[in-house]
Unconditional design. Structure first.
Length: 367
């Protein structure tokens, strides 16, 4: 059909208007056919879509229903298993709780018993340490008292030796110095006597010249320089008053100095007298030798410390010699520190010496 129309159009069989109308009608018919075909296709596709959609929805619905049923069944099964496991866990927890409680109780009892044992052991160790410290401190104090007593006895012995040595040195010095001093004095006296003779002769000459000068000066003043004016008299009075005033000031200064020195001397004498009286009172029960030793010991001690020093040195001075060391403890135990051990006999003798010291202190009026 289309080919026939093309032949007609090419051969100019029909007119232009007819050709245009034919082409218009042709195109319109084509468009109508296209639209009809499109509508049919759309309707067919819509039906097919609805069918496929319904089929797919049914398939998906069935699949979801099956899967959901399976999942719900599995969930129910899991929930049941969970409940059973929870029940089993509760039972197991109750059983384990009892076991745990029993285990904790046993462990706590064991730990508490061990703690009590440790505390008891620590208390025992602390008691042993305390006893050890007390024993060591007692030994150290005993050794300190022994050392202190040895020091006092050594000081007494040194003073005794120094006193004897000093007496020997003094005797030797006096003997040697007497001969040397006599020779020196003899030589010095000879020189001094000869010088004295010369000085006497010179003094005689000077005195003779002075007398001659005074006689000449008095005669010269009487004859040539006799001033009887009032001015000279006033000047003499003023000079006399100045001299008297100076003498009075010098006398006042000398008197004040003398008063101060006397007051100082009085205080010193009072202190010295008090110290001598105190020392004499302390030394009354001792014999002569003991007094000399104790006097040397108390010489450098302050007055307010005489009693304590006297009590410290009295046992050593009364013993006469440096005695053997006495143990402080009454038992026969050994004292460490390289100290000599003592026996009961030594303790008895030390007690007798202490009684003698107490008697001497009582006689001296000391507590």
């Amino acid at each position: 059909m289309l080919d026939a129309l093309k032949t007609l159009f090419e051969n100019d069989v029909v007119s232009e208007e007819v050709r245009v109308s034919i082409e218009g009608a042709w195109e319109q018919k084509i468009q109508e056919n296209k639209m009809q075909a499109t509508a049919e296709l759309r309707e067919e596709f819509a039906k097919k879509y609805e069918h496929d959609k319904s089929t797919m929805v049914e398939a998906i619905d069935s699949m979801i229903s099956e899967r959901l049923a399976e999942e719900i069944a599995e969930f129910a099964d899991d929930r049941k298993q969970l409940a059973e496991a929870k029940a089993k866990y509760g039972v197991a927890m109750r059983e384990n709780a009892d076991l745990l409680k029993r285990f904790v109780s046993e462990s706590l009892v064991k730990e508490v018993s061990e703690l009590h044992e440790d505390q008891k052991a620590i208390a025992d160790k602390f008691s042993m340490l305390e006893n050890f410290i007390v024993d060591a401190l007692a030994k150290e104090i005993a050794e300190f008292h022994e050392d202190k007593k040895d020091l006092a006895e050594t000081k007494v012995a040194l003073i005794k030796e120094a006193k004897s040595k000093f007496a020997e040195v003094k005797t030797s010095f006096v003997a040697k110095s007497a001969s040397k001093v006599s020779a020196i004095v003899e030589r010095t006296l000879k020189g001094e006597i000869s010088a004295l003779k010369e000085d006497i002769e010179e003094a005689r000459r000077n005195d003779f010249g002075r007398k001659m000068f005074e006689a000449f000066a008095s005669e010269y003043a009487t004859s040539h320089l006799n001033e009887n004016s009032e001015t000279a008299k006033l000047m003499q009075v003023v000079a006399l008053k100045d001299k008297q005033l100076g003498e009075a000031k010098a006398f006042a200064i000398k008197a004040n100095t003398l008063v101060e020195s006397k007051n100082t001397e009085i205080k010193r004498m009072a202190t010295t007298a008090q110290r001598k009286e105190k020392i004499s009172e302390l030394l009354t029960p001792l014999n002569k030798g003991q007094r000399e030793i104790m006097t040397d010991l108390l010489e450098s001690v302050q007055t307010n410390k005489l009693d304590s020093s006297f009590n410290k040195y009295l046992p050593s001075v009364v013993d006469g010699n440096t005695p053997a060391k006495k143990a402080i403890l009454s038992e026969g135990t050994e004292i460490t520190g390289n100290r000599n051990t003592t026996t009961t006999t030594t303790n008895v003798s030390s007690l007798q010496d202490q009684d003698n010291v107490v008697d001497i202190r009582r006689l001296a009026g000391l507590n």
